[in-house]
Write a protein that binds this ligand. Structure first.
Ligand SMILES: Cc1ncc(COP(=O)(O)O)c(C=O)c1O
Length: 401
């Protein structure tokens, strides 16, 4: 295998922070991320303090949670008050879809490559509120994508809701062009960044989107149950929180009929929450900041490029992800001639302790090239695929005489 490039993170302590890598080849942070040991230790210590000491604890977790908000904001080029903590990316998507006031017959444009996180809330609104959902074929090519959007635009269209990086083929949307197209037509634009943040450099100012939803538990290596949501400051007020409580309202007067939601992302946060969880995400951000985000992105890109090159060199493999990194991110999906992908993924797990994801819709295998993966992980994957392909084509044993 051609070494991916000098861009790789080669410090031995990076892999050492993930002890499970001694047992398995883990190529699936696109489903479940792994927490690095130092971040996990910090999270566990904060959790122990908060849960064992309650109101007698130092308040460290709460302070660190607020610092997490500021750093998530910096990560995506937003201001801290434009960020709301959520439980996952789906939560953020719902803040928009349930927060806009729909009239029956209003239309949303989405794509044919969306995750259930988008499809299910849209289907629910279609059934309960008469929303009309128009699906276009998603393309990384801006001209093709804008042409597809033009074709379904009607006077009732209000929102464009798309993945910035799709779950199954790992295609990267031309997000800026799409957002600008939406703005030019007076529409709102929501981008689902579940497979983007932590894998590629995301800047919501550059993307020019109105809303961006992501999670902390995949490419950001944070604890499960963490996510964040960005709404451009001047768009926040357009989202009516479906749930409110202590913390989300600025002024309340039950007798006077006053219930004014916070002007910041905190309008979506209320009640007692797990500060250690949010601070735990902050500890994972510490890890990446220490490594350097640009080095992390360069590593993901170098491994992704390397894997695509190797896939293309093997005629029995069919690459589904766009070849150019600018049109993709950290996911690489491919099919294997003559082998159902579900069986391939099971065999990889059972015979080689290698974790990948099955993509049923495309009968494909999906690989995530994370910052802790290395060329040897890819080499093991390719050797296993060659073995499976060889077995597929091995002559059947001669019949007994
Ligand atoms: C593109 C995309 N959107 C949304 C999700 C759901 O993310 P979460 O579980 O954080 O809601 C996923 C998960 O795989 C995804 O790939």
């Amino acid at each position: 295998m051609v070494p991916a490039s000098a861009a790789l993170l080669t410090e031995p302590w990076v892999r050492a922070a993930y002890p499970v890598l001694d047992e398995v080849t883990y190529l699936n942070v696109g489903t479940y991320g792994l927490m690095p040991q130092p971040a996990l230790a910090e999270y566990q210590s904060l959790l122990a303090e908060a849960e064992q000491r309650g109101g007698f604890s130092s308040g460290r977790a709460q302070r660190q949670a607020e610092s997490t908000r500021a750093r998530l904001a910096a990560l995506v080029g937003a201001e801290a008050d434009e960020i709301a903590f959520t439980r996952n990316a789906t939560d953020g998507i719902n803040l928009v879809l349930a927060g806009l006031r729909w009239r029956p017959g209003d239309e949303v444009i989405t794509s044919d490559q969306e995750h259930e996180a988008m499809v299910h809330p849209l289907a629910y609104l279609a059934r309960t509120q008469g929303l009309v959902v128009r699906r276009v074929a998603l393309s990384a090519d801006p001209d093709i994508m804008l042409e597809a959007l033009d074709a379904v635009l009607t006077p009732r269209t209000r929102l464009v809701a798309l993945s910035l990086v799709t779950c199954e083929t790992g295609t990267r949307l031309p997000g800026r062009q799409v957002s600008q197209w939406a703005a030019a037509h007076g529409l709102l634009c929501l981008l689902d960044g579940a497979q983007a943040s932590g894998a590629i450099d995301v800047d919501v100012q550059h993307l020019a989107c109105d809303f961006y939803a992501s999670n902390g538990h995949k490419w950001l290596s944070g604890p499960k149950g963490t996510g964040f949501f960005y709404a451009r400051r001047d768009r926040l007020a357009e989202l009516a929180p479906a749930h409110v409580g202590a913390g989300s309202l600025l002024r309340v007067d039950l007798a006077g009929g006053v219930a004014e939601a916070c002007a910041s992302g905190q309008r979506f946060e209320f009640g007692t929450r797990s500060w250690p969880l949010l601070a735990g995400l902050g500890a994972s951000l510490d890890w990446f900041e220490h490594l350097g985000w640009q080095r992390v992105y360069a590593h993901v890109e170098a491994l992704s490029d390397c894997l695509k090159q190797e896939i293309e060199a093997r005629p029995f493999l069919r690459l589904l992800t766009p070849r150019a990194f600018g049109q993709s991110a950290g996911l690489v999906s491919f099919g294997l001639a003559g082998c159902p992908a579900g069986e391939v993924v099971s065999a990889l797990r059972q015979r080689w302790s290698l974790y990948a994801r099955f993509v049923p819709h495309y009968d494909a295998v999906r690989i995530s090239t994370a910052h802790f993966n290395n060329p040897a992980d890819l080499q093991r994957l390719l050797a296993a695929l060659e073995c499976l392909h060889g077995e597929q084509h091995a002559p059947s044993p001669a019949p007994a005489p």
